[in-house]
Design a protein around this ligand. Structure first.
Ligand SMILES: Cc1cc2nc3c(=O)[nH]c(=O)nc-3n(C[C@H](O)[C@H](O)[C@H](O)COP(=O)(O)OP(=O)(O)OC[C@H]3O[C@@H](n4cnc5c(N)ncnc54)[C@H](O)[C@@H]3O)c2cc1C
Length: 305
């Protein structure tokens, strides 16, 4: 990055900026080389201002919430990575249906816990879901009996050319673990969203959340991971195919295809992105050869590969 650009960034972001920081500290898998610059934002307004500034400078940038659905390369990311800590949440229990307006850096789990306290149901499926609301909206996160597409009413985003906009859920063109943002990468950043809730009874909501969290603890391998590595092919389970291909427990360095759930790839220590990539290729190639199925990544590869 040019020294003049760096000094412009320093004077704009001050204490909210760090340089040459390993992204392994900001990803759930604990993997990822350095970003030239990291900028921390703490509100939707700060996020919109930061995005606007970076677009005006014509600097490449990306945004991470929890870093729980990305594999960041060992070479890291050139340009700026925004770390989203915009976490304001407002409930409207009187609306019909009741709603929550939340900034995109909050965790869906946090919204769910607070909703339960107010006797508001509908997001129990998101109990214990890692990552931020922004990441969940981007990739249509879901679990058990729900997903974001089923809860989202609208979102506010900032668009490089068109500024701040409100999109209804239909504009996201949601599919299974995908959206128009994930497929087409338009230049937008999600600032906040309104989700639909419904009136319920606190104890019943908590019981359901606890059941889902318990199910997660039972089925989800321990250790640093990115959750499901591949999407489930139609009518199939990616984990079942990888297991049937005999790859459970396969490892490259400290990266391993989990013995418990073959669609989870675990970092047992200082695994590199290249180790994970080698396991991804192994799983893709072996499943393709043995079953003629082409596995599609759910996780995104970001940075310089
Ligand atoms: C142990 C574990 C279990 C998991 N279980 C599930 C599960 O049950 N169901 C499920 O669906 N997923 C699951 N995941 C994956 C992950 O939790 C979700 O995909 C989550 O919603 C990602 O959010 P994030 O903030 O971590 O996204 P990140 O990984 O930070 O980012 C993912 C993508 O979203 C983009 N993005 C993030 N925020 C914004 C924003 N504000 N505006 C625009 N783009 C943005 C990023 O640039 C990136 O392209 C699991 C992951 C782990 C580690």
């Amino acid at each position: 990055m040019k020294p003049s650009t760096l000094s412009d960034l320093r004077s704009t972001f001050g204490d909210h900026m760090q340089e040459n920081i390993p992204l392994s500290s900001y990803t759930a898998a604990r993997i990822g080389g350095p970003a030239d610059v990291i900028v921390f934002v703490h509100s939707a307004d700060e996020l919109a201002i930061a995005a606007d500034k970076l677009w005006k400078l014509d600097l490449p940038f990306s945004i991470l919430g929890g870093g729980s659905n990305v594999l960041v390369s060992d070479k890291g990311v050139r340009g700026v990575v925004i770390i989203n800590r915009a976490r304001k949440v407002n409930f409207n229990s009187q609306a019909e249906p009741p709603t929550v307006q939340a900034e995109s850096g909050v965790t869906p789990n946090d919204i769910t816990q607070r909703a339960a306290r107010l006797g508001l149901a509908g997001l129990e499926w998101a109990a214990s879901l890692p990552g931020s609301l922004g990441g969940a909206i981007y990739g249509n996160a879901g679990a058990f009996d729900g997903d974001i597409a089923g809860s989202l009413i609208s979102l506010e985003l900032v668009h490089r050319q068109n500024g701040r906009q409100t999109w209804t859920v239909e504009k996201m063109e949601y599919g299974y673990r995908t959206s128009v943002l994930k497929r087409e990468h338009p230049p937008v950043i999600i600032l906040s969203a309104i989700l639909a809730l419904r009136k319920g009874e606190e104890q019943a909501i908590r019981t359901k959340m606890e059941q889902f969290s318990e199910q997660r603890r039972e089925t989800q391998p321990q250790g640093a991971s990115m959750g499901s590595m591949f999407k489930n092919p139609p009518g199939e389970k990616a984990g079942r195919l990888i297991e049937a291909a005999g790859l459970k427990g396969s490892s490259v360095g400290p990266a391993e295809i989990s013995n418990q759930h073959a669609n989870y790839f675990i970092n047992h220590g200082q695994a590199r992105a290249e180790d994970m990539k080698a396991l991804i290729n192994l799983a893709k190639n072996t499943v393709s050869e043995k079953f003629g199925v082409s596995l599609e990544l759910e996780v995104e590869l970001i940075g310089e590969w």
